[in-house]
Design a protein around this ligand. Structure first.
Ligand code: SF4
Ligand code: SF4
Length: 420
């Protein structure tokens, strides 16, 4: 294993988000020349997923696209299907989407739809069905256009998270998805199949939680960006699970990396940082930060809770797990505030950075409550970054992040509370 030879873990460049910056020096624990290392495996994640999907398709397994953490992957797996995340992280497909969608729309939606219009996402092209959901208005209306040329099943997500009638409605929606999968793919989804899929997904969530938990250390063995790379757009791939396990073993036995303890510990919240759109993560870590906790949908949010394998009704157990996801589309979304409070303490974050994709109204409005929590209750500085997939504002973001870190450092020097 090689040793880190410099201060910087990640070289961030003002590059197209489709080509994320390379990690040219990183903790020795995850850098290895071995061809079968977990790091290299997940660097080839898209190719691995492509091979897996092609193989599944040739064995008559349906490919089912999803675009949200509310889509119950276990049900798709119980139908023999392969759930593939279709969220777009590329700026390149956005111009094509803007022929159909307003320019002032979330880049994640435009990028995904751009792939659809240009037929350049092989996973979307091979998908037999897309499971859509009524979360934000932008996605909901985009799905209407996608449904003109693609098989789309829409789940109606009720948005009053603590309302028992809303929960019953969600249970009904999960039953409707089950019926759709059974009819379309001519399969029977039994309780045993749902429990087996839930067992696999619980294991995957547990392994990913274990990796994320390594960031609680004073000197974690990897950067937030490296942790983010341990992911897959297809859930439940057996080799992925083995590699998560292997990575955790290697990293747990790794000696302390002193460089990490001098960095500013950041909790990143807000919108998902999908594959190809990691620019802000790179800027934060290039500026001297270390993202110790990523609370969003590409981090801890969807893996905090498991499916109860002992529940009498596995459909209700699935409904419960998914309905608890604390997305900003929920009202009131007090769970997010509760989790942020707990995670800031657990991961000993020194500041909160809130990422909002341009025109994401729900996360944008909720940033008021997140700022209030951070500044007035937790007494840690807060920074809201609103951006899209274009690298044009990278320098401006870097200046704001550096100023935040400098304010923190000077508050430590002077012993004065930090006010940003
Ligand atoms: S942020 Fe909300 S809408 Fe977006 S993927 Fe997560 S749960 Fe779905
Ligand atoms: S980031 Fe916001 S606007 Fe974009 S898809 Fe997610 S909830 Fe919708």
């Amino acid at each position: 294993m090689s040793k880190c030879s410099g201060d910087k873990q990640v070289k961030a460049k003002n590059c197209d988000p489709c080509s994320p910056p390379s990690v040219d020096c990183c903790s020795s624990a995850v850098t290895t020349e071995q061809n079968d290392s977990p790091t290299l495996w997940f660097e080839n994640m898209i190719d691995n997923c492509y091979d897996y999907a092609i193989d599944a398709k040739s064995n008559s397994r349906p490919i089912v696209g999803i675009m949200c953490e509310y889509a119950p992957r276990e049900l798709i797996m119980a139908a023999g299907g392969v759930p593939v995340c279709l969220c777009g992280g590329s700026a390149k497909t956005i111009p094509a989407a803007e022929d159909y969608l307003p320019a002032n729309l979330c880049p994640l939606i435009k990028s995904t739809f751009g792939y659809h219009i240009t037929k350049t996402n092989p996973f979307l092209e091979m998908a037999d069905l897309v499971v859509a959901e009524t979360t934000c208005d932008g996605k909901k209306k985009m799905f209407e256009l996608m449904a003109e040329t693609k098989a789309v099943h829409l789940m109606e997500l009720p948005q009053k998270q603590d309302d028992s009638e809303a929960f019953e409605h969600w249970v009904t929606e999960i039953h409707k998805l089950k019926a759709e999968l059974e009819t379309r793919f001519d399969v029977q989804i039994t309780p045993e199949k749902i429990r087996e899929a839930s067992r696999i997904m619980n294991r995957e969530r547990n392994l990913r939680r274990g990796l994320a938990g390594l960031m609680k250390a004073d000197a974690p063995p990897l950067t937030g960006r490296q942790l983010l790379n341990f992911k897959s757009i297809i859930s439940g791939i057996p080799t992925d699970l083995e590699k998560y396990e292997e990575a955790a073993e290697i990293l747990r036995s790794h000696s302390r990396n002193g460089d990490m303890s001098s960095r500013v510990r950041v909790l990143l919240t807000g919108v998902p940082v999908v594959h190809g759109a990691e620019r802000v993560v790179d800027i934060i870590e290039e500026s001297g930060g270390l993202i110790v906790c990523m609370e969003n949908c590409t981090g801890l949010k969807p893996i905090l809770e498991d499916v109860d394998l002992n529940a009498a009704d596995p459909i209700r157990a699935l409904a419960k797990k998914y309905f608890h996801i604390h997305c900003a589309v929920m009202t009131r979304n007090t769970r997010r505030i509760d989790y942020l409070r707990a995670l800031t303490a657990e991961y000993r974050a020194e500041c909160v950075i809130d990422l909002v994709w341009q025109a994401c109204v729900t996360y944008d409005i909720e940033s008021y409550q997140v700022r209030r929590l951070a500044e007035q209750e937790l007494h840690v500085p807060y920074l809201r970054i609103e951006t899209d997939y274009s690298p044009s504002d990278s320098a401006r973001i870097a200046v704001r992040v550096e100023a935040l870190f400098e304010t923190l450092r000077s508050s430590y020097r002077t012993g004065q509370p930090c006010r940003k």
